[in-house]
Design a protein around this ligand. Structure first.
Ligand code: ATP
Ligand code: MG
Length: 345
């Protein structure tokens, strides 16, 4: 582990959305392109995290492959030794370190996790698993095994990053320098930049974020949507009655969202796109432009997705899982020695 590590996992239990693509997938892929010479970039499929809440297990294997193919279709280079693409469960050190860290983690601190409180409240007591309760510990292990410093974290993961830092410092204080402590949130935000703040809004209700777990899917564009159907969703997007295109997320959230989507799709700046359409009175004409771009993008993306060869994915897995196992194994061994499970040499 000579280069600093950037690490991220993307759970894809549901189909991913246009928001996930521009807010998470693409920034990671771009980072892998631009930074792989200075950093090691770890992208993993967090398969062990995928059933902290009930899922259909007959679908899991297919979802794991789909998840990896999405990275490839988004342009992730699969043949660079600085980019690791691995399945979490193929590196058993994740589970082993989790158990050890579990024994140094407090029930109180886990119970205070907002994500846990929210999700468990929704599920009801008898359906809340121990896995849901302690998954922040698994997440800490995911990070600490590789000495990862930079982890892009969304709003809902901030507390978990703090925990990863806490447990690393706690273990270091007790046993000597075992772990690299991940950078504080402020450094993360600085490092990953404005991409983290991007929020594509729901088309039907543009005051809400577009979310993959939205059951109706009416205002959500999924990456696997039929392109023509997706275009229709744009055409029926909620707007306003001002009859004048303008970027004003407060007063005109629907139109502003469409301008944002258009800018992302064409690769132009929001300012340039806004300038081109500002004042346009006929929303239908403007929507048509956006709809066509969405349709074009999805057709192209799906073509790339279908062309991804599973052999190439498996080769990347194999290479990466070997490298990851070696790095993670070294960290785990140090911890095992520190807690007395292995002899000191
Ligand atoms: P869920 O409904 O299951 O919470 P989600 O669509 O909100 O799904 P997450 O799994 O919470 O997705 O987040 C995955 C990544 O996608 C995160 O990095 C998050 O910041 C990003 N992301 C999610 N929704 C959007 C959005 N609408 N616009 C931009 N980025 C988004
Ligand atoms: Mg979310």
């Amino acid at each position: 582990m000579t280069k600093p590590v950037i690490l991220t996992g993307l759970r894809a239990n549901n189909n991913l959305t246009l928001g996930n693509y521009f807010g998470a997938l693409l920034p990671i892929v771009e980072l892998a392109h631009s930074r792989a010479s200075e950093y090691q970039v770890n992208l993993f499929v967090p398969d062990l995290h995928s059933f902290t809440t009930p899922i259909d297990h007959s679908q899991l294997q297919a979802q794991i492959m789909h998840n990896a193919r999405l990275f490839a279709a988004a342009g992730l280079p699969l043949d660079s030794s600085d980019i690791l693409l691995y399945r979490q469960s193929y590196v058993p050190a994740h589970s082993e370190l989790t158990w050890i860290l579990d024994c140094f983690s407090g029930v109180g601190e886990m119970g205070r996790m907002i994500e846990y409180k929210d999700k468990s409240a929704k599920l009801g007591d008898d359906r809340v698993s121990v896995g849901l309760f302690n998954y922040p510990v698994l997440m800490a292990a995911d990070i600490l095994l590789y000495g990862a410093e930079y982890i892009p974290v969304g709003e809902d993961q901030r507390q978990h990053l703090e925990f990863a830092r806490d447990i690393a410092e706690r273990m270091n204080a007790k046993f000597g320098e075992l772990f690299t402590v991940p950078r504080p949130l402020k450094d993360q935000v600085e490092f990953f930049g404005k991409g983290q703040a991007l929020r594509i809004m729901d088309l039907a209700d543009p005051t809400r974020k577009m979310s993959k777990s939205d059951d109706t899917g009416k205002g959500v564009i999924f990456l696997t949507d039929d392109p023509a159907e997706a275009a229709k969703k744009i055409m029926s997007a909620t707007t306003d009655d001002k009859a004048s295109v303008n970027y004003d997320p407060k007063e005109q959230p629907g139109i502003s969202n469409l301008l944002q989507i258009l800018a992302l799709l064409t690769g132009e700046t929001l300012g340039d796109v806004t300038e081109r359409y500002i004042g346009q009175e006929r929303y239908g004409d403007f929507k048509k432009v956006v709809a066509e771009e969405v349709q074009k993008f999805l057709s192209g993306f799906q073509e790339r997705l279908n062309a991804v060869s599973d052999d190439v994915i498996y080769a990347a897995f194999e290479r990466s899982e070997r490298a990851a196992s070696e790095q993670a194994g070294q960290t785990l061994y140090k911890v095992q020695q520190a807690v007395g499970l292995r002899p000191e040499v």
